[in-house]
Design a protein around this ligand. Structure first.
Ligand code: PTJ
Length: 250
């Protein structure tokens, strides 16, 4: 990674930027991905660049959903591939999920680059290249999925999704876990489980919960899912942004 001293007060943020830049240079991340990252950074700054207790609770509910699923799939776009490729592979292993590349700005070249990049980080199988399934209600390129991947999934993790597709996936009746730093975004609002946190922190957090819960019985996992309140999670994140306060005070 870049030559950034770890003592720098915004070390993590600078490292993240460097990874996104490198992603663009390597043909993994789209140029729009730079803009998305900038937007995300602004929210992360307002949230204090930390994981809120409510976001950790959402990560735990996400882990429970993934472990309960018959066919969980982790959707990967150009930003996620640049920022957390190894962490996505770890999460797939911890939950038995498939990994599928699914792009907003889909090109054959970027699909291949991302799949290769994930394999270099240890992914044994990467879906998304067959594209023999469709999400109804979206234009052609963005609708493409693998029939035996997202097409067949009952739980899908879609980090940094655009609002349209998040809504379209939700309408298919799949449980949707979204990671998005903006609690007011349509994707976060469409999600069954919105995790308002940076993917850099959220993906390892879900993995950690999954490892802790892997031997839990169904009843325990179903209890975690039932106790989770999406609206309250979004409200807690909004409070933290608006009041700059810790949720504990709210
Ligand atoms: O690689 P592709 O072609 O699939 O394109 C991916 C992007 C992200 C460019 C595309 O999906 C897009 O344009 O997304 P949006 O509409 O800009 O939405 C991105 C959302 O993710 C925004 O709400 C940001 O606040 C949020 N976000 C950005 N960076 C992060 C983030 N959330 C969590 N962690 C981040 N690092």
């Amino acid at each position: 990674d870049a030559d950034i001293p770890e003592s720098h007060p915004r070390y993590e943020s600078l490292l993240t930027r460097h990874r996104i830049e490198a992603g663009v240079e390597d043909g993994i991340t789209s140029r729009q991905g730079l803009i998305a990252q900038g937007r995300g950074e602004a929210f992360d700054y307002l949230l204090g660049e930390r994981t809120l207790p409510s976001a950790d609770g959402a990560a735990r509910a996400a882990a429970a959903h993934l472990l309960l699923a018959d066919h969980p799939v982790l959707s990967v776009n150009g930003n996620v591939a640049a920022l957390v490729p190894g962490e996505v592979v770890d999460l797939a292993e911890a939950t038995g999920a498939d990994i599928e590349v699914n792009l907003f700005n889909r090109t054959a070249e970027r699909m291949e680059r991302i799949a290769d990049h994930l394999r270099e980080h240890g992914a044994s199988e990467v879906k998304g290249l067959t594209a023999d399934g469709r999400i109804p209600g979206l234009d052609h390129e963005r609708a493409k999925v693998d029939a035996d991947g997202i097409g067949d999934a009952d739980v899908v993790l879609v980090p940094l999704e655009d609002g349209d597709r998040a809504e379209a996936l939700g309408e298919l009746g799949k449980v949707e876990v979204v990671i998005d730093l903006n609690p007011m975004s349509r994707s976060a609002r469409a999600a069954d489980v919105p995790i308002v946190d940076n993917v850099i922190r959220a993906v390892p957090a879900i993995t950690e919960h999954a490892r802790e819960l892997v031997d839990a019985d169904r009843e325990t996992l179903e209890g975690i899912v039932a106790d989770f309140d999406a609206d309250e999670t979004l409200a807690a994140a909004e409070r933290a942004i608006r009041e700059g306060s810790d949720e504990a005070e709210a």
